[in-house]
Write a new protein. Structure first.
Length: 496
């Protein structure tokens, strides 16, 4: 029986078609994975099916009847509940208060606390949770908080449960506990939409898979009949070829001594034990699907995220960068994935944005003069062909590609030994894309060491001396030299 059906759903934003005629079917007693890379449309589709957004076209039906949702409250009232990665409960309130928030049973016009506590214990027993429901939710692990959120949704008579990245912060034991609950709910006829980046989990618990790409439906598949390699191909928009040849190589260069050495580095909740080396004068690519741990490697190296175990050596010395300032002082630079929130300072000028990192390394007690900043800005505007009438234009007024060039200029100005590039071509136009790739190849040829993450396999193939493949927050393979191809990378991502 079909519980929830979305047909030809569309959602438009200025200049962007987030959903373009997408279909989605959820059946009773089914765990259905919703997969896709960044910008695929997963979040938008979930918001439409849960009433957080209204589509601009298409239709939705629930239990065979037409349904037009205007709010999440309406969705919950008919039996559609959502549990997000960041638990959307109130940690300062008790477990019981969270379970019955907004629907507290009353007696003589007052909240019946005795009944709330009794019912809370009964509800949680169905989830194998034996905890003190009178204690604050914040006193329990993320896994318990996730189960409490799910229990609240189910107790609100949910027939459809949407789980948005529920395992992102859980360890393997907690994931198995959650899967046990999901299987029990499935057996009771509840339909579950499961959004995750972990392919192993998809194949462990899901009956069907729907793949989105660039706001369109790629297809719906039975999990048991879809090989992993084909799934990866559907998500990336590439199919495995019978033969695959490596892109034309730049002149081969002998790599120098190790510059960066990661030895079993882990970050609690985001990166499993990963070992990786980047030699002097070498370009190493980081491949993997969204959520595989690519960006997390860069963040751990640069001191953005604190490592929970392992060792990190840089230029022959063991280092523990506790914050980015220490990494910058040592000779590292990071161009982050999200330039809007982590890269540019929008209201500041191009000149000021370019000077930021060099000024930080020199120390604020040694300010750069206006003339020094201007000279630096003029140099990189010319070298990187940044499209602007002058260096005083606010960076927020530039196109995405030119903003990315300014961020690259900022870090190149520090003359780093190791440049970390996290998705350097994401969200830029075709012209800027080609120019940024040309710059990366130029830096490689000049002997700079690079560690580059990219979801574009052809980019990695074009400039990498080695490619480390990430999956489920750990390194699973490393490919070198002439063995590097889109096929070999895709196979490494997909292998169980």
């Amino acid at each position: 029986m079909t519980l929830l059906s979305l047909t030809k759903v569309e959602k438009n934003y200025p200049g962007v078609k987030a959903l373009d005629g997408v279909d989605f079917q959820l059946r009773a007693g089914e765990i259905h994975a919703l997969l896709g890379e960044n910008g695929a449309g997963k979040s938008t589709l979930v918001k439409v099916m849960t009433g957080a957004l209204q589509g601009d076209g298409g239709s939705m039906s629930y239990l065979g009847e037409p349904l037009k949702l205007k709010s999440t409250a309406q969705a919950q009232s008919v039996g559609i509940s959502t549990v997000y990665q960041e638990v959307n409960l109130l940690p300062n309130l008790s477990v019981a208060q969270n379970l019955y928030l907004g629907r507290e049973p009353k007696k003589f016009g007052l909240i019946d606390w005795k009944r709330i506590y009794r019912q809370s214990r009964e509800v949680l027993k169905r989830f194998a949770l034996d905890i003190d429901v009178s204690k604050p939710l914040s006193g329990y692990s993320v896994a318990v908080q996730q189960l409490v959120a799910i229990a609240r949704g189910v107790d609100m008579s949910a027939k459809v449960l949407v789980l948005d990245e529920p395992t992102a912060s859980l360890d393997s034991g907690e994931v198995e506990q959650l899967f046990g609950v999901m299987r029990e709910l499935k057996a009771k006829g509840i339909g579950i939409v499961f959004i995750t980046h972990f392919l192993d989990q998809v194949y462990a618990v899901c009956d069907r898979i729907t793949v989105l790409r660039n706001g369109t439906l790629v297809g719906e598949f039975e999990t048991a009949k879809l090989p992993r390699e084909q799934l990866v191909g559907h998500m990336l928009g590439k199919e495995l070829q019978a033969q695959s040849h490596r892109a034309p190589q730049r002149e081969s260069r002998a790599a120098g001594e190790p510059l960066l050495e990661m030895e079993a580095v882990a970050v609690r909740g985001s990166l499993q034990e990963t070992s990786l080396t980047v030699n002097r004068g070498e370009a190493v690519g980081l491949a993997g699907l969204l959520g595989s741990g690519r960006s997390e490697v860069c963040r751990a190296v640069f001191g953005v995220d604190k490592k929970s175990s392992g060792k990190l050596k840089f230029a022959g010395s063991e280092r523990s960068f506790r914050q980015p300032a220490e990494a910058i002082a040592a000779g590292l630079a990071l161009c982050p994935e999200d330039r809007k929130s982590s890269g540019i300072v929008g209201p500041l000028s191009i000149r000021e944005n370019i000077a930021l990192a060099l000024q930080a390394r020199r120390g604020w007690w040694r300010p750069m003069s206006r003339a020094e900043q201007q000279q630096l800005a003029d140099k990189f505007i010319a070298e990187l062909q940044i499209a602007t009438p002058d260096a005083e234009k606010p960076i927020e007024q530039l196109s995405g590609g030119n903003q990315q060039k300014v961020i690259l200029a900022r870090w190149l100005a520090t003359e780093p030994q190791l440049l970390l590039l996290d998705e350097p071509t994401r969200g830029v136009d075709i012209g800027a894309h080609a120019e940024i790739l040309k710059l990366i190849k130029k830096l490689c040829s000049e002997g700079m060491s690079l560690l580059v993450t990219s979801s574009e396999l052809e980019e990695l193939v074009a400039f990498s001396d080695r490619v480390a493949v990430m999956r489920d927050r750990r390194k699973v393979a490393e490919i070198e030299g002439e063995d590097i191809s889109e096929n070999t990378i895709m196979r490494a991502i997909a292998e169980a």
